[in-house]
Design a protein around this ligand. Structure first.
Ligand code: ATP
Ligand code: TZP
Ligand code: MG
Ligand code: MG
Length: 270
């Protein structure tokens, strides 16, 4: 089915969409560099008024609660509502949901006040948002379960696209599920692999407004995982080399190479 995703990467590189990120203090630089390597245009914001204005001119908004502070919650909500008014996609990364009730409650507040287009998290985070307990060790998922069923149930319950990442990524809407099978375990050895993917999904959505959003999210996840495989082909000595090679791959991996290597399957109806 991956042939159907052809063209979506080129759209990002051609349109260079402005992506507004309200993200955590750990991954600000990785996120800006990842988006620039991909061909998008990043801007970070941390003040409610600034975020409200930026959301009116951006192509998409990424909300990430990784190092949430009380004042930042207002910024996230303002940005989300402003993006809703502008009619642009909003992606939410519920970093560490389930690890503390503070995080879980913050995610629930955002979900109740902002129309989220895509929720992207690891298994433990998505389980927590849907009132299940898979287990979290800080920001990492430690529980195990049926990720395909988790994504399907979450998409239905929340009525939005849900991307559950891990060894495979499961992308589910309330009516359809797609699975990407590429990637490398080395992605778990660098911080921000999930967070940067959230911004990459936002960039794909911003540049492909006429396409089916579940296919656009799948293109983003598939391209990202194949780029990680390309980085591994250069035989990094460890996570340090890998991080640089991965950024290079986000920059140089062509649409044709990605489509040739990407494995995407239908996950059945919900
Ligand atoms: P965590 O905090 O639990 O590490 P995360 O928010 O960083 O989660 P991941 O689930 O690690 O997000 O996903 C980030 C990227 O890494 C995705 O592209 C995913 O496909 C990839 N990935 C994660 N684990 C593996 C793995 N074991 N094998 C292949 N790819 C993986
Ligand atoms: N602590 C708070 S946010 C963050 C850490 C380590 C980064 C998490 O990044 P990711 O992409 O979820 O691994
Ligand atoms: Mg990670
Ligand atoms: Mg994460």
């Amino acid at each position: 089915m991956i042939e159907q995703l052809k063209g979506m990467l080129d759209q990002v590189r051609e349109k260079q969409p402005l992506i507004m990120n309200i993200t955590n203090q750990v991954v600000i630089q990785q996120t800006a560099n990842g988006l620039l390597a991909l061909g998008a245009s990043p801007v970070m914001s941390s003040h409610p008024e600034d975020a409200r204005e930026l959301a009116q001119v951006a192509g998409g908004v990424l909300l990430n609660i990784g190092t949430l502070q009380e004042a930042q919650l207002e910024t996230l909500l303002e940005a989300g509502k402003s993006a809703n008014k502008a009619g642009i996609p909003v992606v939410l990364d519920p970093v560490g949901a389930g690890a503390t009730s503070y995080r879980t409650n913050a995610v629930n507040k955002i979900l109740s006040e902002v129309k989220i287009s895509v929720l992207r998290g690891n298994g433990g985070e998505i389980a927590a948002v849907t009132n299940q307990h898979w287990g979290m060790k800080g920001v990492d998922s430690v529980g195990q379960g049926d990720v395909v069923q988790l994504a399907k149930n979450a998409a239905k319950q929340l009525d939005m696209i849900v991307v559950v990442t891990g060894e495979k990524d499961v992308i589910s809407s309330p009516s359809r599920t797609l699975i990407t099978e590429n990637g490398t375990e080395m992605l778990t050895r660098i911080t921000g692999a999930g967070c940067v993917l959230g911004s990459v999904i936002t960039a794909f959505l911003a540049a492909n407004r006429e396409s089916d959003p579940i296919e656009v999210c799948t293109a983003a996840a598939s391209f990202y995982s194949v780029a990680a495989e390309k980085a591994m082909e250069r035989k990094p000595k460890g996570p340090g080399d890998f991080e640089f090679y991965f950024r290079d791959a986000l920059y140089e991996l062509s649409e044709a190479e990605w489509i040739k290597q990407g494995i995407v399957t239908e996950g059945g109806t919900v």
